[in-house]
Design a protein around this ligand. Structure first.
Ligand SMILES: NC(=O)c1ccc[n+]([C@@H]2O[C@H](COP(=O)([O-])OP(=O)(O)OC[C@H]3O[C@@H](n4cnc5c(N)ncnc54)[C@H](O)[C@@H]3O)[C@@H](O)[C@H]2O)c1
Length: 329
């Protein structure tokens, strides 16, 4: 077995962005898999303490939550010492990156550098990093494999994620740091941000449907995405640590193409609603009109395949969202 295969049981893991949507699911699965200690580092710009309530209740002193920034070099050096595995998820959203590119540079680029440098200096056994399908921009070939070039991306977020992958490769070459980067496609599931400025279309549609209004689609809704459930993504993180692979990137997606219109219809069905769809004027916010991943590499090397289909996943999302709105009232 290659040295790059790392167990979870008995290990100490640092999870940056561990109070966020995906990070908190990674924390849950690390604890369930028998990690000796899980340290969450989050500055709570978007993450929520409630996302860690269940983990804190079951894990006791195996879970430590540190409020801090990934740009704090001394803190990262301190937290990385004695750490076996780093799961790096801290980031800001693609939309916020477009509004505040300097903040994006500081968070996604400088912050990620600090995480990687500290991991390498502390002799961390493996880093599992969150990349994104945004590195492709609008791909030229479908299903899109990891070998597709990144030159169609025109977002700062996608550029930063591509640079992150390059940084990891260089630290593997310079310092022997083992890592795997995961390119998530369109993520959905419980603990999605339902309250902030950068909420996603599914949340806005759930709010409308609950108010008796049809989900509003800008344009014809023919744009497609490749949806993957947050629990499947968290499982990919665990498998990426355990698999005997290093210095590689993997698409994490369902390999199913779903149009916005199909998504709205599936959500209406998950909410047992017979409302029609409503179309609004096209908005030129996103040049990526199609997404469909090839996930054979993750299947072959990580032993990962998505397990939660869109219909079941949406039903779970709806029931989580309803429980949060009941709590809020
Ligand atoms: N959600 C998606 O659709 C998607 C798709 C592709 C890739 N990703 C990537 O997956 C990762 C996790 O995304 P998510 O959906 O869970 O997002 P999220 O916003 O729910 O979680 C990110 C977390 O990082 C924290 N954070 C932000 N800046 C920080 C900083 N400077 N220091 C410390 N903590 C900081 C936030 O408070 C938040 O808890 C990110 O790297 C994101 O870019 C997400």
């Amino acid at each position: 077995m290659s040295e790059a295969a790392q167990p979870i049981t008995g290990q100490r893991a640092l999870v940056t962005g561990g109070a966020g949507t995906i990070g908190s699911a990674v924390v849950d699965q690390l604890l369930a898999a028998g990690a000796a200690e899980v340290v969450v580092l989050d500055n709570f710009v978007r993450g929520r303490r409630e996302n860690l309530t269940e983990a804190a209740a079951t894990a006791g002193d195996r879970l430590t939550v540190v409020e801090g920034d990934i740009n704090d070099r001394a803190l990262l050096a301190n937290l990385s010492r004695g750490t076996d595995l780093v799961f790096h998820l801290a980031a800001i959203r693609i939309t916020q990156c477009a509004e505040e590119p300097r903040l994006a540079l500081e968070c996604l680029v400088d912050g990620t550098f600090t995480v990687i440098e500290a991991a390498a200096e502390a002799g961390v056994k493996k880093v599992v990093a969150s990349s994104s399908a945004s590195v492709y921009g609008l791909a030229e070939t479908f299903p899109t494999t990891e070998r597709h070039h990144p030159y169609n991306n025109d977002t700062f977020y996608g550029a930063a994620k591509a640079f992150n992958e390059g940084m990891l490769r260089s630290f593997h070459a310079m310092k022997g740091l083992d890592y795997v980067a995961l390119r998530y496609f369109n993520v959905y599931g419980p603990r999605m941000d339902a309250h902030g400025k950068y909420t996603e279309v599914l949340i806005r549609w759930m709010e409308r449907i609950a108010d008796g209004k049809p989900p509003l689609i800008f344009g014809d809704g023919a744009q497609t995405m490749d949806f993957v459930h947050v629990h499947d993504i968290a499982r990919a993180n665990i498998l990426a640590a355990k698999a005997p692979v290093t210095d590689d990137v993997y698409n994490i997606a369902s390999a199913q193409e779903t149009s916005l219109k199909q998504l709205a219809l599936a959500l209406l069905s998950a909410m047992d609603s017979d409302l029609p769809l409503e179309h609004g004027p096209e908005r030129a916010v996103n040049g990526v009109t199609r997404r469909l991943a090839d996930i054979s590499a993750a299947s072959r090397d990580l032993g990962w395949k998505p397990e939660i289909g869109l219909v079941d996943g949406l039903r779970e999302l709806v029931s989580w969202w309803r429980s949060t709105t009941v709590e809020a009232t």
